[in-house]
Each structure stands twice: as C-alpha cells, then as structure tokens.
Design a protein around this ligand. Structure first.
Ligand SMILES: [Mn+2]
Length: 249
C-alpha cells in the first residue's frame, strides 16, 4: 500500500469543477493508498470551521469515506487555510498535523512543511504571517460575524495581490539557507513541502533532497510513496526523470 501527498489545491466555491476533480481523484486513489497527507492550502480561503460553504459537501463526504475504508488522512494548514481547525478536520475524518511534522517513509525520516515559512526573503509576508498566526487575533477574528470575516479576508487578499506585483520570483521562493537550517535542526535528509507551486525533486548535495509538490491549477499534482520509491506526478515535470523519481533507502 502507498502513501499519497497533495497540497495547494486552493479549492473555492467559485470553481466547482476543481472540487469535482478532487473528489473523483480521491475516489480513484482510495483503493491504492493507506495514508493521505494534505500539506496545506487545500482551500483557497478559510474563514472558520463554522462557515463551511455547501459546495465543499461532496469533498467532506469523500474524505469521510476514506476514513471508513481505513485510510488515515492528515492535514497541515497552509497560508490560505490556516484558520482551519480541529472541528472541521474531525468531521471530515482528518487529523491536523502541526508544522513541521516528522514522519518515516520506509527507513527514512522525512520532514513535512507547507513551505511558506521557508520563504524568509519575503519580509512583508513573514511579518503578516507572524500576526496572522497570533492565537489571540485568531480568536477575535472567529468572534466576528461571517460578513466581517469575509471583508477582512478580501482586503488581505487584495493587498497580497498588489504586493506580489512588485516581488521578484526569487523572493517568493524558499531561502536555501533557511532550508539547510531547518533540515539540520530536525536532522533529516528529506524535506517535503508545497506552497511555491514549483514542483520538483531537488538534490541538495550530501544525499539530501527537497521534494516540492505542485498546485492544482491545471491538473492534479501529487506524490506517491510505494514503500521504496517516491514519485512526483505533475504535468510540468517530465515522467521518469531525475526530478520526478527518488528511491528512499
Ligand atoms: Mn501556500
């Protein structure tokens, strides 16, 4: 049996086709996997577990089905859906993972992250990240009526869009020193994350690897670990290439 990794689906009620594609994908995978890891930004926006759009109902049902057939599903929040909590995870049959989380694939330790915390060159984003993850501010946000929360979320997204126009591609990618630092801190040779929408398996030297999931804007992007090999499936990465297959030993 296999372990499946996905991230950055950015599901939203305004894109019902992508929700349907996700539900179909998970239904297809159900007979092949025994674990599912969602590494952040499953949803494009999350305003609180008490405001779940009806459009997500088929997805919730599919996730519940996975649990019923014995598949363990784990969810790490991303920079878009960090307000997602235990209540929603619980009734969708998922367990929330803290970031970062260390798991074992075969004999190898693998560190799982969403990836946004690695982009330390993006100083204004990291500032926003610090206050948006403040527990007290989050508590206050969840006390607001739905329409207020929506308004705040829209304003933040609008500002982020404006700022992104002035940021270079390098600034929005991971900082390599920060990657080295985190991997040394957790003593791992493998780091698996999403967020940057730049799918690839990078060899870092010294038999260390950074494995990056892609987003779902065009097609499903996912990683499968079959017990020996880790394989990245993404339309942008050539199949059977060095950037798509890694043996874990
Ligand atoms: Mn992200």
């Amino acid at each position: 049996m296999s372990t499946l990794f996905i991230s950055d689906l950015h599901l939203s009620p305004s894109h019902p086709k992508l929700i349907k594609a996700t539900v179909d994908f998970l239904a297809q995978q159900a007979s092949k996997i025994d674990q599912l890891y969602i590494l952040g930004d499953l949803f494009n926006t999350w305003l609180g577990d008490d405001i779940v759009p009806d459009e997500f109902q088929p997805l919730i049902e599919q996730l519940t089905k996975l649990k019923q057939v014995g598949i363990k599903s784990y969810l790490m929040v991303g920079n878009r859906d960090f307000m997602l909590g235990k209540t929603f995870a619980g009734y969708s049959g998922m367990t929330i993972l803290q970031e970062p989380t260390l798991i074992k694939l075969g004999q190898c330790k693998v560190l799982l992250m969403h990836g946004d915390s690695l982009c330390i060159d993006d100083i204004s984003y990291q500032r926003y990240r610090r206050w948006s993850r403040n527990r007290f501010l989050q508590y206050c946000f969840l006390m607001l009526p739905a329409s207020y929360r929506e308004g705040i979320s829209d304003k933040i997204k609008q500002k982020s869009r404006q700022q992104k126009q002035h940021k270079s591609a390098e600034i929005m990618d991971v900082n390599h020193n920060e990657v080295d630092r985190v991997m040394a801190q957790f003593r791992v040779d493998y780091l698996l994350h999403g967020h940057t929408h730049r799918p690839a398996i990078h060899e870092l030297g010294h038999e260390q690897y950074r494995i990056v999931l892609g987003d779902w804007q065009k097609e499903p992007s996912f990683i499968v670990f079959d017990g020996y090999q880790l394989q990245l499936f993404d339309p942008r990465v050539p199949k059977d290439s060095i950037a798509s297959i890694l043996s874990l030993s």
